[in-house]
Ligand binder design. Structure first.
Ligand code: ZN
Length: 243
């Protein structure tokens, strides 16, 4: 599943289609996608893992789920869920969810929860975390209402970077560590963005999918953890369990 920074890359890749008129629409989405024909795209936005195509009076939300893909001025073998054709160029979305949003996006989305957004608010994240002292940090980082855009890779790398064991409960973290966790959720997401753009993201993984801890040389543990039951990679000597 693409994490927040990957959606920002998509947004940058198709920014050039802003103000373009859609000449024709295709795709196997069950939504009334033909209403997009003849419409002009006003802007592209992202909120966490959601990609938003904005029109006058409504928006389209693309969610890539587990296996979603896209192609800009190119096509993949599978039939697209949604294909937008312009006079010059096209955008194709595959294996994703397509939904129309009729309300104002400011009513639907809390932009301050998106780690990639200029409106990101660390204090608001801290307040939400402190209201959930019994939640494991491994789940808290994946909570899209607190850290929209953070996915499993970012989770593993942020926990490693901050030296926090994934099985800590939020309420057991020293306040300095909690602040560090919140700060790095955003900082690492921007590192992810830069590295991914340069095609060197994997090279910088320290814990995710790794076998040996680059700091201490011990084995990296792999466990499916938390309510989210996601693959978690961590070092039991470098990442502290506070309880
Ligand atoms: Zn280690």
């Amino acid at each position: 599943m693409p994490e927040g920074p990957s959606i920002v890359i998509l947004k940058e890749e198709i920014e050039q289609s802003t103000n373009k008129k859609i000449i024709s629409v295709a795709g196997n989405s069950k939504q009334d996608i033909q209403r997009l024909a003849g419409k002009k795209i006003i802007s592209f936005k992202s909120w966490g893992k959601h990609f938003l195509i904005c029109f006058k009076g409504f928006s389209v939300r693309i969610h890539f789920l587990l296996f979603g893909k896209y192609a800009v001025n190119d096509r993949k073998v599978n039939p697209p869920r949604l294909a937008l054709l312009f006079k010059k160029g096209e955008i194709n979305f595959y294996s994703c969810s397509v939904q129309f949003i009729e309300q104002d996006l400011d009513e639907v989305y809390d932009w301050s929860a998106d780690v990639m957004n200029d409106s990101w608010n660390a204090k608001a994240a801290k307040k939400k975390l402190l209201e959930k002292p019994d939640v494991w940090v491994t789940d808290a980082l994946l909570d899209q209402n607190i850290f929209a855009g953070v996915g499993n890779i970012i989770k593993n790398e942020v926990l490693y970077r901050t030296g926090i064991h994934p099985e800590n409960k939020v309420g057991d973290l020293p306040i300095k560590k909690l602040n560090d966790l919140i700060k790095q959720a955003r900082v690492y997401s921007f590192d992810f963005l830069e590295w991914k753009k340069a095609f060197v993201l994997r090279k910088h993984w320290k814990a995710h999918t790794k076998k040996i801890c680059p700091k201490c040389g011990n084995a990296i543990v792999k466990k499916y953890l938390g309510k989210t039951n996601r693959r978690t990679f961590f070092c039991t000597s470098c990442q502290v369990l506070y309880s």
